[in-house]
Design a protein around this ligand. Structure first.
Ligand code: GSH
Length: 200
């Protein structure tokens, strides 16, 4: 399989962590596809999106969208990154949903911040900053209930918070959220998290 990514993409980081945690790296070649956005990108050989991540399966099928790729990798590993207990599964999906919306919110605001000033929407920036703040607070409440076993929701939190450190350092998400900060520091010791962290 080939996993198309770019170095600091939080969306691409998700399946990159999942592939490592699921023990699938011996079956995956990671293809650095940056810089993104060019009309001649190699990504257009595989579909209309031109985005990372993308996964070319051994059957030659191209999968896009981080959620779908993570689901596929989890299935390939026999479901190693989602609990089988029904209530624990709901809890893991609950966390993955919240972390996903944090990632979308952070990404939307970052893209807005990088637009030319004449094209920026202060309204969007304000709405997304408030959404991110609420989401950090919710994760602070939830993190105490996490066990030691890594699941998909945790991988998404790491990708989102790592992106926040890069693009939204002024959010200072650790401030007033000691449980989340401590959990993040701990989980970043794992090779899967460390090897994929953004460089800035
Ligand atoms: N919903 C997509 C979002 C992926 C995405 O927006 N990736 C960005 C990089 S972080 C990208 O490839 N941007 C290139 C472009 O917009 O042309 C997912 O979950 O995979």
């Amino acid at each position: 399989m080939k996993l198309f990514y770019s170095g600091n993409s939080p969306y691409a980081r998700r399946p990159r962590i999942v592939a490592r945690e699921a023990g699938l790296m011996d079956r995956i070649e990671e293809v650095d596809s940056g810089p993104l956005g060019g009309s001649d990108s190699v990504l257009f050989n595989h579909g209309p999106g031109g985005k990372v991540p993308g996964l070319l399966t051994d059957n030659g099928v191209y999968l896009c969208e981080s959620l779908i790729i993570c689901r596929y990798l989890n299935d390939l590993s026999g479901g190693s990154l989602l609990p089988s207990d029904p209530k624990a599964l709901e809890d893991a999906l609950h966390v993955d949903g919240i972390a996903s919306l944090l990632m979308d919110s952070l990404f939307t605001r970052s893209r807005e911040n990088r637009r030319d000033a004449s094209e920026q929407s202060p309204g969007v920036i304000k709405i997304e900053a408030a959404r991110a703040g609420r989401t950090y607070d919710e994760l602070e409440k939830l993190v105490g209930g996490f066990g030691d076993t890594v699941h998909l929701g945790m991988t998404t939190i790491v990708a989102a918070l790592g992106y926040a450190d890069w693009r939204h350092a002024s959010d200072d998400w650790r401030s007033g959220r000691p449980a989340l900060a401590g959990w993040f520091e701990q989980i970043m010791q794992r090779p899967s998290m460390d090897e994929t962290k953004p460089i800035f």
